[in-house]
Design a protein around this ligand. Structure first.
Ligand SMILES: Nc1ncnc2c1ncn2[C@@H]1O[C@H](COP(=O)(O)OP(=O)(O)OP(=O)(O)O)[C@@H](O)[C@H]1O
Ligand code: NI
Length: 323
């Protein structure tokens, strides 16, 4: 374990207390092999992230990189057998199990990956009203939120199965909008949407960040991240390889700090469409060196044997010996 990250956070909002700070978060699961010998598979390693009020921070990573488990770690809804290490702070105060329980669904709210999270037996309007604290104005607040999100009047009188997938997703976003949440974690809110629905969902998320809310936007879609996020954390095999500012993604990616981030950027259709060969390692694979070394165009012997610490360069963070 290294402590290099301890005092590093991107100082762009100097005088504000961060909403969320994640420091050196590691997560593993016990795995039983033949002969009852216990071992662990590590799914998140030394993860760090800071979110300030009013900020949208995207966590971008491919399938299986550990994004949903990261969300579950913050919410305190990990499976029983998960072993978690590191520091989680909400508004500067430790997020203990008790505090997570108190804040979950209130100050910290999740927009779940699946619209199945809606109650199939309750009209959508009532579901959203159930979240509103104000006793008198529930109906008005719910209707205003639906209107703001482009849901036609009367949508609140429908059951989830009467709505399209896109509408159901907007109901989930409305739930976050009417809540007292200060931090919203949106887990893959744009999967399989057509262009129009994709644009709409992103602008809805942007609306959510108004009023000084912080948003953690979990996605595998770097284009979606670039459209609305202020900062982008690039997640790979359970590690943050880079935290970059939106502006760093330009040109041929000269300002980007990590070869993987550059590869993601250059793979976009508007750039070179250059696809990076190979796959992300499985969580069972143990690496003494950099997790990206097997696919890295600039790796050397050092990268095979040593793990690079996080370093801060140009107001961003990276984990590469050659940044
Ligand atoms: N309870 C568990 N026990 C052991 N391993 C697990 C457990 N839950 C998840 N994993 C493993 O942890 C890794 C990360 O899973 P996670 O669901 O967080 O990925 P993700 O980035 O959200 O993927 P996706 O984009 O597909 O939603 C995967 O390799 C998964 O197999
Ligand atoms: Ni996921």
């Amino acid at each position: 374990m290294s402590f290099a990250m301890e005092n590093i956070s991107i100082p762009n909002k100097k005088n504000k207390i961060p909403l969320l700070e994640v420091k050196q978060l590691s997560l593993s699961f016990p795995q039983y092999k033949k002969g009852f010998e216990e071992s662990y598979i590590q799914v998140i390693r030394d993860f760090e992230l800071t979110i300030y009020p009013g900020e949208i921070v995207a966590v971008v990573g491919s399938s299986g990189s550990g994004k949903s488990l990261l969300a579950d770690s913050i919410l305190g809804i990990l499976p029983e057998n998960a072993a978690i290490n590191g520091t989680l702070l909400f508004k500067g105060v430790a997020l203990t199990k008790n505090r997570q329980e108190q804040l979950r669904g209130k100050a910290i709210s999740l927009i779940p990956q699946s619209v199945k999270a809606l109650d199939p037996l309750m009209k959508t309007g009532r579901q959203v009203q159930g979240i509103i604290r104000d006793k008198k104005d529930k109906k008005r607040i719910q209707e205003e939120a639906f209107l703001k999100l482009g849901l036609a009047p009367g949508t609140g009188d429908k059951y989830p199965h009467e709505l399209s997938g896109g509408m159901a997703r907007r109901v989930l976003i409305a739930s976050a909008m009417v809540s007292e949440a200060q931090l919203i974690i949106a887990d893959e809110p744009t999967p399989g949407l057509d262009e129009l629905a994709w644009e709409e969902t992103l602008s809805n998320l942007k609306q959510l960040s108004e009023g000084n809310r912080g948003i953690m936007f979990i996605t595998h879609d770097i284009q979606a991240a670039l459209k609305i996020a202020d900062k982008i954390a690039v997640f790979y095999a359970g590690e943050t390889l880079e935290i970059a500012n939106k502006e760093d993604f330009s040109g041929k990616g000269e300002v980007l700090r990590h070869p993987y981030t550059k590869a993601l950027w250059l793979a976009l259709p508007e750039n070179d469409f250059k696809v990076l060969k190979g796959n992300q390692p499985e969580s069972e694979d143990v690496f003494p060196g950099c997790v990206f070394e097997p696919r890295c165009p600039i790796a050397t012997g050092l990268c095979k044997t040593n793990k690079p610490d996080s370093t801060m360069i140009n107001n961003g963070i990276t984990r590469c010996f050659y940044a």
